[in-house]
Write a protein that binds this ligand. Structure first.
Ligand code: PLP
Length: 375
């Protein structure tokens, strides 16, 4: 039996909650289950407002609208990340300014921030790769000294912490992903986390097609109308019901993933030293949510050979992120080879091993044995 890279997971009450949403005759957005997800995220993270969205991509698009990004603005984003992080701002006419990453955590290199800031810089996006926190003390201090808002892309890191504080609670705004590959999922979904209350009202409007429908539902106005830019960024309550079940099972899910991550680490650490392979690094002041397990092998040739070797043993492994500055869009914004050397090397050499919530120990043993069998 082939071992997939990822497999969706049913944690227990998904179908029951979906049935309840249908029985409530309330399957469009912002129904009972959406509200339950909002309340749970707000209380667990200790933040003023969480809003479910149709994806992390859409939450990032909402961020670009909220920060009033316009043509000529610049936004600092890591080159080693998912396309939506840059695209959401490019859609508003901004130029992405690509920053390289640190060798250890693969997060943006905060020591390079000052050099990239110009009077046109309108946001810094900190992506917590693999759910391991960026150097938030430095990032926040640099951003505050220039009065630039920080956005955290926490697609990988829900319930991760940096120095005891939840990821997604540092920047003015933060985003989450509930895509099928994430720890907690509803297939396609995301959330916008609002830490700076000045953005709450406008975020509700942008998410509801530019209307003040939320104020109408709260009884604050008699009828609702078109008041601002916006789109339809709210998911169906059926998806929220699925997600609510996963959120309620978060402790079980996170402990399963901890076991899987630790098994890989324990069984591969010696092999990694002997084969010049770098394993994930988690600073002792970071608590990770065990989102992924990767190997950083010595070269592109070795990476491709290892993927082929695992594939021949019925194990799916994948690489992650092509450098954005070298993509055809990135080059249109001036990206050139050599701009972000660590990103370029990591993109060639990184490989992600299978990782999903109901990964059995037997299957994981097979993956580890296949890796160790690689010559
Ligand atoms: C860092 C990061 N941000 C954003 C996204 C986009 O997430 P979604 O598929 O929910 O739009 C991804 C996708 O995996 C990602 O890795």
């Amino acid at each position: 039996m082939r071992i997939p890279f990822n497999r969706p997971f049913i944690s227990g009450r998904e179908f029951e909650f979906i049935q309840q949403a249908i029985d409530n005759w309330q399957i469009s957005g912002d129904g009972t289950f959406t509200k339950r997800c909002h309340a749970l995220l707000e209380s667990e993270l200790g933040i003023p407002r969480a809003l479910l969205t149709t994806s992390c991509t859409h939450a990032l698009e909402m961020v670009a609208l909220l920060l009033e990004i316009k043509p000529g603005d610049e936004v600092i984003v890591p080159s080693f990340t998912f396309v939506s992080v840059a695209n959401a701002f490019v859609l508003r006419g901004a130029r992405p300014v690509f920053i390289d990453i640190r060798r250890d955590t693969l997060n943006l290199d905060e020591t390079k921030l000052e050099d990239l800031i110009t009077p046109r810089t309108k946001a810094i996006v900190a992506v917590h790769y693999a759910g391991v926190g960026c150097e938030m003390d430095t990032i926040m201090a640099v951003a505050e000294s220039h009065s630039i808002p920080v956005v955290e892309d926490n697609a990988h890191g829900l319930f991760g912490k940096y120095k005891g504080k939840h990821l997604g609670t540092f920047g003015a705004l933060a985003t989450l992903s509930f895509h099928e590959t994430k720890n907690l999922s509803c297939g396609e979904g995301g959330a916008l986390l609002i830490n700076d209350p000045q953005y709450i009202e406008r975020a509700e409007i942008i998410r509801e097609k530019g209307t003040n429908r939320n104020r109408f539902f709260r009884g604050q106005i008699d009828k609702y109308t078109w008041v601002d830019l916006g789109s339809s960024y709210l998911p169906s309550d059926i998806l929220a019901a699925f997600l609510n079940a996963q959120l309620e099972s978060r402790e079980d899910i996170q402990s399963r993933r901890k076991r899987i991550w630790e098994y890989y680490f324990e069984h591969l650490k010696e092999w990694a030293v002997n084969h010049a392979v770098q394993l994930p690094f988690v600073p002792d002041y970071c608590e990770q949510p065990y989102h992924m397990f990767y190997l950083l092998v010595p070269s592109l040739a070795v990476r491709q050979a290892l993927i082929a070797h695992l594939n021949a043993r019925e194990v799916n492994s994948v690489f992650h992120y092509q450098p954005l500055h070298l993509s055809s869009m990135g080059q249109q914004f001036g990206g050139r080879a050599g701009d972000c050397p660590i990103t370029e090397r990591v993109s060639d050499c990184l490989l992600r091993l299978p990782f999903y919530n109901d990964f059995t120990e037997g299957d994981q043993e097979r993956v580890v044995a296949a890796v160790k069998d690689f010559k």
